[in-house]
Each structure stands twice: as C-alpha cells, then as structure tokens.
Design a protein around this ligand. Sequence first.
Ligand SMILES: Nc1ncnc2c1ncn2[C@@H]1O[C@H](COP(=O)(O)OP(=O)(O)O)[C@@H](O)[C@H]1O
Ligand code: SF4
Ligand SMILES: [Mg+2]
Length: 318
Amino acid sequence: MNIVEAEGVKKYFPVKGSILRREKRFIKALDGVSLSIEKGEIYSIVGETGSGKTTLGRILIGLITPTEGSVKIDNIDIFSIGKSEMREIRKRVQIIFQDPYGSLNPRMRIRDIVSEPLKLNRMEYSTEKIARVMEDVGLKPASDFMDRYPHQLSGGQRQRVAIARALAISPEFIVADEPVSMLDVSIRANFLNMMREMNKKYNVSMLMITHDISVASYIGRRISVLYLGKVVEQGENDDIIKNPLHPYTRALMEAIATLGKKEKELHIKGEIPNPMDIPKGCRFHPRCPYAMDICREVEPDLVEISNKHSVACHLYRG
Ligand SMILES: Nc1ncnc2c1ncn2[C@@H]1O[C@H](COP(=O)(O)OP(=O)(O)O)[C@@H](O)[C@H]1O
Ligand code: SF4
Ligand SMILES: [Mg+2]
C-alpha cells in the first residue's frame, strides 16, 4: 500500500522575459518525476542544490501545483479535489524545513508552536498531549521547554521542536526538507535516529530530502537520485549505495561524507546547469566522464536493470 504516488510530475516556472524575447521561457525545476512511497516507509531523495528537491517535496503535499502530472495521497488525487477535501488532506501531511532558525516563529513559546497545527486544524489539544510529543522527540522534561522561545534553544533542539510540531497532529506523511543540513555534523546521526524512532512510533511515512547521499543512505529504505529535475537512478538503499550505476550517483558516492566527517567536493566537472537551458540528450552529459555521441542526442529513459533498481543512462542500454 502506498501513501504517496507521483506520476510524471513536471513543474515549469515561467521566467519574466525581456520585451525583445517573443517566446516564453521556463525554469524546468521538475521534468517528469514518478515515484511511490509505501505506508510506513522512509524514502530518500538526493541531489545537488537546484535539482528540484524542494519543489518536489512541496508538490507531494499539495503546497504547490504541478504543471503536469498527478499526485495521489492514499489514493486521492490531490490536485483534482475541492477545497474541503484538501482541508482533510492537510490534516494528514506535514513538512519540516531546512532552517531551524527561520522556520519557527520567534515570538511564540514552544508550547504554542507545537500546538499550532492542532489549533489550525481544529483538533483537540491538551498540555499533556503537547508534553508527550515533545518528550518523544527528546525535549525532556517537556516542562523545561514549554515556556521558552526559539532563540533560547540550540539548532538541534529547534529542529526537534519542528518535528514535534509536525507529529502533533499524528500525520500519515511528513516531508523533511534537508532537516539536518544546518545542524552540526556531530548531532546529525542522533537526530536521524530520533526521526527513525518517530517513523515507527507514530507509524508515519517520511520523505527525507537531502543533498548528502550519506544522509539518504543512513535513513532511507529506498532512494531516488534527482538530477536537474529528473530521476536518474532509483532503487533499494543497498542497491544504490553498494552498486551505484549512474555516473552521477557514483560521483555522489565518491564525495560521500560519512556522518561526522567533513564534506568533500564532487569529483565531476562543473556545476549543475541552469534549468532554463537543459542540455540536449542526457542532461548530465556536459559533466559526465563517460559521455558518448548518443548521450549528446538521445535522452535516456529510466529503465529497470535488476529487481526494482532503475537507471537512466545509455551505458546500460540492452
Ligand atoms: N518559485 C520559483 N520560481 C522560479 N524558480 C524557482 C522557484 N522555486 C524553485 N525555482 C527554481 O527551480 C530549481 C529547483 O529548485 P529547488 O526545488 O529549490 O531545488 P533544490 O531544493 O534541489 O535545491 C532551481 O533552479 C530554482 O531556482
Ligand atoms: S547517458 Fe551518457 S552522458 Fe548520461 S550519464 Fe550515461 S554515459 Fe553519462
Ligand atoms: Mg531545497
């Protein structure tokens, strides 16, 4: 059973062009992404900045509308339902943002931050309920934190508040958008362990969005590798990490920073291209050490190579 099913999701942001330019230009943030997340699963999306991760996360919970494609949450097509049905969906999904300093209202006490989604969704709340979820995420004893303000907490504690806030309504699906990237490396593993515990305890499916493949592999049961708005490799954690096929995934693996160590640079040339000018053929070809003639002309499809392990690369064509 899937909690989320995305099919052919595209998101093209129109660019305000110069008056001289006749044709409309678009930033192709997502260019046809399909994935499904099983109930209770933690699924990881990995890719460099600009690959479309945040846009995808937001579309999957209905915060922004795709240009094309569909998203189902528990079999409900969320972009073809009315407002009242969407309100019901909102009670079932939550999102956690990257920046624990910017995402919590600095003028609110922790107790009010955590209870806010319950109030907004007109759900029952009590101090006991708030305290329980705070202690679950490691803010113990909850009474020490309840009446504090975000600035009185560390980055890690703030991100725990963000998780408590998301969990308070007992959602079925949480998008965590780079939740550890601004935390000190020394506390990342602990934080991810806590997320894994919450995944079990609250029976909540999660999408872990990260630019760090070591984070993706630490927590994700399955992984999709995103490059310039397309999935280039998709599979079970072990398959992706032990047997990465796509040259981009391999580059991410070479640059792997084991949790707790300093991050290294990517071993591929150049930077991710501008999504307004996506390279013809394989969109990775300008940076790929294995690029062949066909790669500059023909875009490779995502093809299943072995059991549920798919890759979009001409090196693996039959
Ligand atoms: N609201 C927007 N309007 C225009 N361009 C956007 C918008 N949101 C994102 N983009 C562009 O889409 C691309 C993907 O962005 P994003 O989804 O934030 O990627 P990531 O989270 O992987 O860094 C980037 O080039 C970004 O500048
Ligand atoms: S299709 Fe060609 S350019 Fe693209 S990743 Fe594979 S080998 Fe490299
Ligand atoms: Mg992002």
